[in-house]
Design a protein around this ligand. Structure first.
Ligand code: ZN
Length: 315
């Protein structure tokens, strides 16, 4: 059976037709509409486009937000207009197919477990580093959701008391120090202290600090820019600090690092592993979880959502 996986992001809705081996056979994409009604119409339109071209049996939606444990409703999604909305039933009515909703990090983690970097491992902690941090925990290949569907929110663990403010309402959250956004923030902070140290980033920031993005900092680091390299070293340190906490709680066999920032992993992963190994409780006296990068890239949430749709339709 072919199923449709949909990654409902704050900027784009990206959908794919996926087979039972996790291969994406076809894709479609539209910009994400703002209003609730337009969002649902746009979503149904993308699914209908793919369903016209392929015999699909079910639909899985992946999004960043709080999903009810029955996977039918969205309680809250920071980048989308749904608030306590029965999204699965509304979309199912429009597309005339079974629909299930899942947190995007859970979907991506499941895809990595079935078809990618996490094959056979348990427990698996998935850390998607992008604009922020998305996270998931798989135990024996099953998604762990907690009692109310919210677990785990690792990106909002407070690593730094009185640290950087976070849009979640707290401060000092892990993702404020370990994300693409954090990389840019750190570079701008370092540059403010010593502008002459980085001609490359200095030129960017002179006009508009908003021009300094995580991607640009990573690119500058690859070219040997000293400020960019220092910002990446900070990110590596905080990644290691966070992983040590996470390993103390879950004692995972494997940590998979995904998300857009993971594409720059050669710049920081070895240093992050060293920090992690040094900061773990009982360091040097216990086995270390392996830490590796994801394999499925930006398709992971689509593939995972399609897998969940397949299971949902079959049971
Ligand atoms: Zn936070």
């Amino acid at each position: 059976m072919l199923t449709v996986g949909v990654d409902v992001g704050g900027t784009n809705i990206r959908a794919g037709v996926v087979d039972a081996q996790g291969a994406v056979r076809d894709t479609a994409r539209v910009p994400t509409p703002r209003s609730e009604a337009a969002l649902e119409a746009g979503l149904a339109g993308v699914v209908a486009e793919l369903a016209d071209r392929h015999p699909v049996g079910a639909v899985g939606l992946a999004l960043a937000g709080f999903i009810t444990p029955d996977r039918r409703s969205v309680r809250f999604a920071p980048h989308l207009s749904w608030r306590d909305a029965p999204v699965a039933d509304r979309i199912a009515e429009r597309v005339r197919l079974p629909v299930v909703v899942e947190h995007d990090a859970n979907a991506a983690a499941l895809a990595e477990r079935r078809f990618g970097a996490a094959a056979g491992a348990s427990p698996v902690v998935f850390v998607a580093i992008g604009t922020g941090i998305g996270s998931a925990l798989l135990v024996d290949g099953e998604i762990y959701r907690g009692a109310y569907g919210v677990a785990p929110e690792l990106g909002h663990l407070r690593l730094v008391p009185d640290g950087r403010d976070c849009p979640c309402g707290k401060s000092g959250c892990w993702e404020r120090y370990c994300s693409g956004t954090a990389l840019a923030t750190t570079a701008v902070e370092l540059l403010a202290r010593d502008p002459a140290r980085s001609p490359l980033l200095g030129r960017l920031v002179a006009g508009d600090p908003g021009q300094v993005t995580g991607q640009r900092v990573a690119a500058a680091a690859r070219e040997g820019d000293p400020v960019a390299r220092a910002a990446v070293a900070e990110l590596a340190r905080w990644l290691g600090e966070g992983l040590a906490l996470v390993a103390d709680v879950f004692d995972p066999e494997l940590v998979v690092i995904g998300g857009g920032v993971s594409e720059s992993a050669p710049l920081f992963l070895d240093a992050a592993r060293e920090h992690y190994a040094a900061r773990l409780t009982g360091a040097g006296r216990r086995p270390l979880a392996r830490v590796r990068t994801a394999e499925l890239g930006s398709a992971a949430a689509v593939v995972g959502a399609a897998e969940l749709a397949r299971e949902y339709a079959l049971h």
